[in-house]
Ligand binder design. Structure first.
Ligand code: ZN
Length: 281
């Protein structure tokens, strides 16, 4: 690949989206009010925040705050040891698609799933079948699916899709305009093929979402010790340049799972998120 200079700093917050999981202690109503007040332009909604709520009304509330609803997290977990488990997973994905439609979210992000002890190639076949099974619902609802490759440390139980190449392969096999990819720097920053696979994803017209955070050294928890941008070693500006070289003009989504940061004052933390976005994304 031709070398590409890192991206320039982002001049404003118009492409900043924050995931509700990033400020997990806040109910979605609180998150919406605080995000809007801080100048955050988009919100990605995690399904747990919708529990006990009217989904359509919640969507209206978010839009009334001026927030764009970027995506719903998450569907997936297609592999199962039995046909009954796999059918149950497909049903849950149909519910996720219906929720996205009711919320007004154009995209459902997929954590594709894996079964400990089951060969990864078999899990990937089940993921392919599972996604194919829900495509009619996607088309009817006008909702797309983004396959999010996860770091290989999660290959046992969370995702058998661990590289962008594997996600691009699935996109090619499914050959549906409803299916694309979410590129998350936390999962993919280490991959020597990242630049070329981002370019391939762009050629496929499949780059649907871009998630940012940082990788801390040492990482003390496999799931809940992500860093805020600037706290770690991910070359964020370089990866954004590769993403934008495909023509991507979508959201920069801040998705941070962090027990450490959830324990801090969330208003103060949101100010730090906005500053980290300006300084490092
Ligand atoms: Zn992500």
């Amino acid at each position: 690949m031709t070398p590409l200079a890192p991206a320039a700093p982002l001049p404003d917050l118009r492409r900043l989206c924050v995931h509700t999981i990033t400020t997990k202690p806040w109910a979605i109503e609180t998150a919406a009010a605080r995000f809007a007040a801080a100048g955050v332009a988009g919100i990605t909604v995690w399904r747990d925040t919708l529990a006990g709520r009217d989904v359509a009304l919640t969507g209206r509330l978010l839009r009334d705050y001026g927030l764009a609803i970027v995506s719903l997290c998450r569907g997936g977990f297609f592999p199962g040891a039995s046909a009954a488990e796999r059918a149950k997973a497909i049903d849950d994905n149909r519910r996720a698609i219906a929720e996205a439609h009711a919320l007004g979210a154009p995209l459902v992000v997929l954590v594709c799933g894996a079964v400990p002890g089951q060969p990864l190639a078999e899990s990937r076949r089940q993921i392919l079948d599972g996604i194919a099974a829900v495509l009619p619902e996607c088309r009817a609802a006008g909702v797309k699916l983004a396959i999010e490759p996860l770091h290989p440390m999660y290959a046992d139980s969370r995702s058998a899709v661990n590289t962008l190449a594997q996600a691009n392969d699935l996109v090619e096999q499914l050959a549906s305009p409803q299916v694309g990819v979410a590129v998350d720097v936390y999962h993919l920053w280490w991959d020597p093929a990242l630049q070329s696979e981002i370019a391939r994803c762009g050629r496929l017209g499949a780059l649907l979402a871009y998630h940012v955070c940082d990788w801390r050294t040492p990482t003390v928890d496999l799931l809940n010790d992500r860093g805020l941008m600037g706290e770690g070693c991910i070359p964020l500006r370089q990866i954004r340049a590769w993403v934008e070289a495909t023509g991507f003009q979508g959201w920069n989504e801040v998705e941070v799972f962090s027990t450490r940061l959830w324990a801090t004052d969330q208003d103060d933390y949101l100010r730090k998120i906005v500053q980290a976005y300006r300084d490092h994304v």
